[in-house]
Design a protein around this ligand. Structure first.
Ligand SMILES: [Zn+2]
Length: 223
């Protein structure tokens, strides 16, 4: 029985996209090629354990950011081998973020942990105050809105995108019908436990109350 060829065949388009990337001499060309490599990687992996399309999570991106992407949740056993190769392509930059945006396909692919954490939000079940589930839910809302912001503003920097994302937690919690106090708690968890611990490239001194990236400069609620 010969099963050895299959994975290599699947990865051929990835290699081809990577070669095109190496031939591209401009930074724009390289960025585009990198997107091609990631797309080829997704395609190479998603036939083994097909990710599930999630309209309910697409709605979160819609209500927060105003885009309607196709959102896919991966199975843990499919995500792990895919992500290992994805991390090689993207290096340390985006890989801490647990999600991938593909502008050309208007698509977001999500780490299974993010999808699991969103179940509280989607079922309107409020986790216990200051619990790990609360933090996970806040972080998952940031992951979805971060990737949605990439689709909405393809030229925005990581720091701009992430600053928008951390400010979406409060309105999203309110949109779920929860009270202002809880929205504040979730927003501060997102700020303290997630945003503040990100690599430098994702943060900006302009991301502060009243700063250039404050979406509601007249409000003193932050983020
Ligand atoms: Zn990003």
């Amino acid at each position: 029985m010969d099963v050895g060829g299959a994975p290599q065949e699947r990865l051929q388009p990835v290699a081809a996209a990577a070669r095109r990337g190496c031939a591209a001499l401009t930074p724009v060309g390289w960025r585009k090629s990198k997107a091609d490599v990631v797309r080829a990687l997704v395609d190479a992996h998603d036939d083994l354990l097909p990710p599930r399309r999630r309209r309910d999570i697409s709605q979160i991106a819609g209500s927060g950011v105003g885009v309607r992407p196709d959102v896919y949740c991966w199975e843990p056993d499919g995500w792990a081998p895919f992500f290992e190769q994805y991390a090689i392509v993207r290096g340390g930059e985006e890989t801490s973020l647990k999600g991938i945006a593909d502008n050309a396909r208007n698509r977001i692919d999500l780490d299974p942990g993010v999808c699991a954490a969103l179940r509280f939000y989607l079922r309107r079940m409020r986790p216990t105050s200051l619990s790990f589930e609360n933090f996970e839910m806040a972080e998952a809302l940031m992951v979805v809105t971060h990737q949605a912001e990439h689709l909405k503003a393809p030229t925005a920097s990581e720091a701009e995108v992430e600053c928008d994302a951390v400010q979406q937690v409060r309105p999203l919690v309110r949109a779920a019908g929860w009270d202002a106090e809880y929205a504040t708690e979730m927003a501060s968890q997102a700020w303290e436990l997630s945003y503040q611990r990100l690599p430098q490239a994702f943060r900006s001194s302009a991301c502060r109350d009243g700063g250039p990236l404050d979406r509601n400069p007249r409000s003193s609620a932050w983020p």
